[in-house]
Design a protein. Sequence first.
Length: 129
Amino acid sequence: MIEFHLDSRSGVAPYMQLIQQVRHALRLGLLHEGDKLPTVKEVVGQVAINPNTVSKAYRELEYEGLVAARPGLGTFVTRSLGSDSLGKHEPLRRGLEGWLSEAREAGLDDESIEALFLSTFRAFSEARA
């Protein structure tokens, strides 16, 4: 089951952070069709968030066709976002972990690593567009 976390420094609305985390879990094969999402009450207890915020995220995911609410049973994944490339993730993850280790050894903190990665990713994406 997915465990949510919120980053108050991200500038991203909490409901969008929940949506993004579900999408990422679907893309990475961590959630599969038929898996149950935590109940609103469980998420509220886990991340100290307003229940309406969780409900809003779940409604948006349902609107996107990614989950379906079953009254009395919970909210379940209805489709995956994973692709055939899931098998290629592990070698890439190991390479990224090596890069992260090098960044730490170079003295970068979490925010610096994230900033470097995001700026490089954006520049790479723009160059390919």
